[in-house]
Structures are given as C-alpha cells and as structure tokens.
Design a protein around this ligand. Structure first.
Ligand code: AR6
Length: 258
C-alpha cells in the first residue's frame, strides 16, 4: 500500500467500527482525508486493537513522521546547567521522555482535531496510547488527580516514553497557592518517574497554560524553579528541555533562563 491507500484503508476501518458512520462521505483531498482520519482517531473509545489495523496504522504514522523534521534532544545545546529551551511541536522531538498535559480522564482528548497537546500526542502516537492509558486508569480505579504522573510507551512518536500529567485548572485568573503547589508537583512527579525509568532527557510542555488557563509567565517561573531545585537536590545531570510552542512562551523562558 502507498500512503494514500493506507490512509483510505484506516478511514474505512474506523468508519466500519460504528454504525452511526454509515453514509459518511470521504473527502477527495489529502487534507480533508487527514482531518477525517484524525477526527475518527480522536473520538474512538479505547479498545484492544486488531493487529492488522495496528500494522497499517504504524506504517502510515511512520511515513508521516518520515516527512517531518525530527529534532534530537541530544543535539540541543543547554542554556544553563542541563536546562534547555526548544520551540516546536513536541511530537517531532526525539527525547527519552516527553510530557503530555493530560486531563483527569487520562485517555487523551476526544474533541476532533482539537489544538491541545494531548490531542496531538495521542494522534501521532497512535491508538495504542489510548488503550495503554485506559488500562492504567482501570487499574487505578479513579480519576487522575492534578500533580501526579504516569508513564507509557510513545509508540509511533520519536520519543521513547510519554509522561502524562494533569495540571491545575486556573481559568486565567490569579493562581492560588494550591495551584502553584499542584503545578510544581506535576514537574517533580514527572522528574521522579523519569529518574526511576533512567531517562537521560525529558521535555516538558508548558503544562496548564493552554486550555487550563494558568498565566504563562507565572507557570514558567514555577517550572524553572521547580526543575532547577529538583536537579540540584538529586545531583542529576538529566537534560531537561522546556518545550515551548508559542512565541510568547519562548520569550518568557528565554528571559528566565538567561
Ligand atoms: N507541541 C508542544 N506544545 C504544544 C503543542 C504541541 N504539539 N500543542 C499545544 N502545545 P494545552 P493544558 C502547548 O491546552 O492547558 C487538553 O484538552 C500549548 O501552546 O494543551 O494543560 C487536555 O485533554 C500550551 O503552551 O494543555 C486537558 O483537558 C501547552 O501546550 C487540557 O487540554 C499546554 O496547553 C489541559 O490543558
């Protein structure tokens, strides 16, 4: 199969899973088909996956990744100690671990083609990620509290592992002392887990500063202070990458790390 055939095969397979999709018209353009495929993946409940589906999906996502520029964490130059700053899409970063800003359900974002990092990570990792998260959540038996962390394989992403953490919901106002504690705890929980798994590099996104509305500058200050404190306390040389997406965050972190 070529890439177009794989995409059509995956769309057909996902449409066939749910009777409500009967009669869905498949767009003719590549862009339209990509959007439909991503949407179908985003809304799909976690489930055991058919090996044939996984084979085609993994070939498809592997080829999509091959068309992107992947940045290796090892090639990034730290700014201060082992603290590194990098702007870009975290799904194109080859680090030992990347941090996902998850929600308390912890099985990804179900809103079709939503612009959050959770949606992006689950889309390009593949459907195995949601299944693994669902298994972890079933074992846990309750929603994920803010400030903790869980680790899974990264499947079709260039990273080795995804660390999932739920940040505090602030909604744009002044963060409380508890919000600050919870955000700091997201960073330390991820670092603890990364150390436990022996990761040499870990990329943090700007947790809570998108949909959850933690003011960007205040969140960045917590992030840098917490990570620096943790590295010093543990005498750790782990390469920590602050992964920013927006230009405004790039400016904020540049100043903090100057
Ligand atoms: N690569 C790196 N950073 C990204 C990417 C990407 N591909 N996409 C977005 N960001 P958000 P939150 C940045 O909203 O505030 C989800 O729906 C983005 O610019 O993704 O913790 C979850 O399921 C921002 O700086 O996470 C939760 O319901 C940062 O990632 C909720 O959002 C975090 O923004 C969590 O909200």
């Amino acid at each position: 199969m070529n890439q177009t055939e794989r995409r059509r095969w995956l769309i057909d397979a996902l449409l066939a899973e749910d009777g409500r999709y009967a009669g869905t018209r498949i767009p003719l353009t590549e862009g339209g088909q990509k959007k439909l495929l991503r949407s179908l993946m985003n809304v799909r409940p976690p489930r055991e996956n058919d090996p044939e589906f996984l084979r085609v999906q993994d070939e498809y996502l592997g080829e999509e990744l091959a068309r992107k520029t992947v940045v290796r964490a090892d090639d990034l130059t730290p700014l201060r100690g082992s603290l590194t700053l990098w702007q870009g899409d975290i799904t194109t970063l080859a680090a030992d671990g990347i941090v996902n800003a998850a929600n308390s359900g912890m099985t990804g974002c179900y809103s079709p083609c939503h612009g959050c990092i959770d949606n992006c990570i689950h889309t390009y990792a593949g459907v195995q990620l949601r299944h693994d998260c669902a298994v972890l959540m079933r074992e846990q038996g309750h929603e994920e509290p803010a400030g903790g962390a869980k680790i899974t394989n990264a499947y079709n992403l260039p990273a080795k592992y995804v660390l999932h953490t739920v940040g505090p919901i602030v909604g744009g106002g002044e963060p409380t002392a508890q919000d600050r504690r919870l955000l700091a705890s997201c960073y330390t929980s991820c670092l603890d887990l990364a150390a436990e798994y022996g990761l040499g590099s870990l990329a943090f996104c700007c947790i809570s500063t998108g949909v959850f509305g933690y003011p960007q500058d205040k969140a960045a200050a917590v992030a840098v202070e917490t990570v620096e404190g943790w590295l010093a306390r543990h005498g750790s040389g782990m390469k920590v990458i602050f992964n920013v997406f927006r230009d405004s965050d790039l400016e904020i972190y540049r100043e903090l790390l100057a």
